[in-house]
Design a protein around this ligand. Structure first.
Ligand code: ATP
Length: 451
């Protein structure tokens, strides 16, 4: 399958099946913004829940938080975003297209902004026209707080969730009474006025991040860095991503962000090539020191062992929900031939599948409706489910296969006699007959869930 056709197929499947829509589509859309439909919001929530479960719920050294999107603008002065969160931008003097200069030379040090790779760009890749000199363009969206629009009321939509964690470090430390190492996790929207959004939901102007700031004693940072690289890599594999499509890459010294001592990326083999899913940086004590300096507050930890106040080092695993959404879909998408017919199947891990169980009466026959409704009543209390009685049973199985539903439950005329139903599995297409009385247990076992 060619690169283009894979992404095109996904975009069209996502639209047709209610996963992702172009934002404000009826008005022609708006570049870099997307809406998640009924199935998309389920998949997105499942990704976030799987992450939260792994990094907060199942660990004793992690807590969560949820900071505001708009923060005191001094936060962005301290973090360096006001001065350096910029990309070099060039315009074509002929066709007026705009590009990120570092994209044109194919040298985009991921995780860094404001690097100067622009000098090598000379002509427009679209029309060959002359390009303007590169200008640095700050990616933060600006807004005003309150009724007066002046410099004093200028604020920013956060370009990352991380800073909301650093500024709450002392609050979380005192209120939880935790010792180091201590991690704080957060999921939330971030905004970047990207010069060239694209590749479907890979690069957006509004997106969601899942970030961890893991505070450790200096000297133990390298060991914890390795720990998180392994943890995060295994998380992707645990959710069914194919090993040959995921890799860990250590950034070269010249690719590192100014605050980073060392950075790894977890990359996925997208149709357009290996690209970043998640960055895992050792940010040292850079952020806490900057915020202490700008706020005048002490952002330190009292280490009982040494009897000293220390400024913790920070390991930051930072990923984007929308990018992961796309990667999980690309990875799960397959076309197969079944009895001479093409079947599109989304082999999503059961924890990620938007719908876990579809309830399908064999037909709309009036005798089948009451038991089918009864079965749906049992199932929906436990799992996200769907009732579908439109068209032939074969077509309904295909519809569920292409959105990744792991299990279908079919109610047929035998059900009226034997009070049993058929469970059909997505991947193997195997069918087993189980009594309605034991259905929830049978589904629970197959889905391997605690619900
Ligand atoms: P890139 O080099 O692709 O611009 P970045 O290195 O600037 O990304 P980070 O600042 O490290 O990205 O952000 C952490 C994570 O947030 C990324 O790994 C990615 O998953 C996600 N992310 C960043 N920018 C975007 C975006 N514009 N659209 C969607 N997800 C994004």
């Amino acid at each position: 399958m060619s690169t283009e056709s894979t992404v095109e197929k996904l975009v069209s499947l996502c639209k047709r099946r209610g996963l992702v829509f172009q934002s404000s589509e009826i008005y022609g859309g708006i570049g870099g913004f997307w809406d998640y439909g009924p199935l998309g919001v389920e998949l997105k929530n499942n990704i976030k829940q799987a992450w939260w479960r792994a990094v907060v719920q199942e660990r004793d050294d992690m807590v969560g938080q949820d900071a505001a999107i708009v923060m005191n603008p001094t936060v962005w002065k301290a973090s360096g975003h006001l001065d350096t969160f910029a990309d070099p931008m060039v315009d074509c003097k002929e066709c007026k297209k705009r590009f990120r200069a570092d994209d044109l030379v194919g040298a985009v040090p991921a995780g860094t902004h404001g690097h100067d790779a622009a000098a090598k760009v000379t002509s427009c890749p679209e029309c060959g026209g002359e390009l303007t000199e590169p200008r640095m363009f700050n990616l933060m969206f600006r807004t005003y707080v309150g009724p007066v629009e002046d410099d004093a009321s200028t604020a920013y939509l956060r370009p990352e969730t991380a800073q909301g964690i650093f500024v709450n470090f002392a609050n979380v430390l005192t209120t939880t009474r935790k010792k180091l190492p201590l991690g704080i996790a957060q999921i939330g929207k971030a905004f970047r006025n990207e010069i060239t959004p694209g590749n479907f939901i890979f690069r957006d102007r509004e997106f969601e991040q899942m970030e961890i700031e893991y505070f450790v004693k200096p000297g133990t940072d390298e060991q914890w860095h390795q720990h998180w690289v392994e943890e995060r890599y295994n998380w992707y594999l645990g959710l069914g991503m194919r090993k040959e499509n995921v890799r860990v890459r250590r950034l070269e010294p010249e690719e590192q962000a100014h605050y980073a001592k060392d950075t790894y990326e977890i990359e996925y083999l997208f149709p357009m090539g290996w690209s970043e899913l998640e960055g895992i940086a050792n940010r040292t004590d850079f952020d806490l020191r900057r915020h202490a300096e700008f706020s005048g507050r002490e952002l330190e930890y009292f280490d009982e062992e040494s009897g000293e106040h220390i400024v913790p080092y920070v390991i930051e695993p930072s990923s984007g929900v929308d990018r992961l959404f796309m990667a999980f879909l690309v990875d799960a998408y397959a076309e197969e031939e079944v009895r001479g017919e093409k079947r599109v199947i989304m082999r999503l891990h059961k924890d990620l599948a938007p719908i876990k169980v579809a309830v399908l009466p064999l037909s709309r026959h009036e005798k089948l409706v009451p038991p089918a409704r009864e079965v749906w009543g049992l199932v929906r209390k436990h799992w996200m489910s769907q009732y579908d009685d439109a068209q032939s049973i074969g077509r309904r199985y295909r519809r569920q296969d292409e959105v990744g539903t792991p299990l279908c439950v079919t109610i047929d005329f035998d059900t009226l006699e034997d009070k049993a139903v058929t469970i059909r599995e997505r991947d193997s297409m195997e069918q087993v007959r189980v009594p309605i009385a034991g259905l929830v247990d049978a589904l629970r076992e197959k889905l391997n869930t605690d619900d």
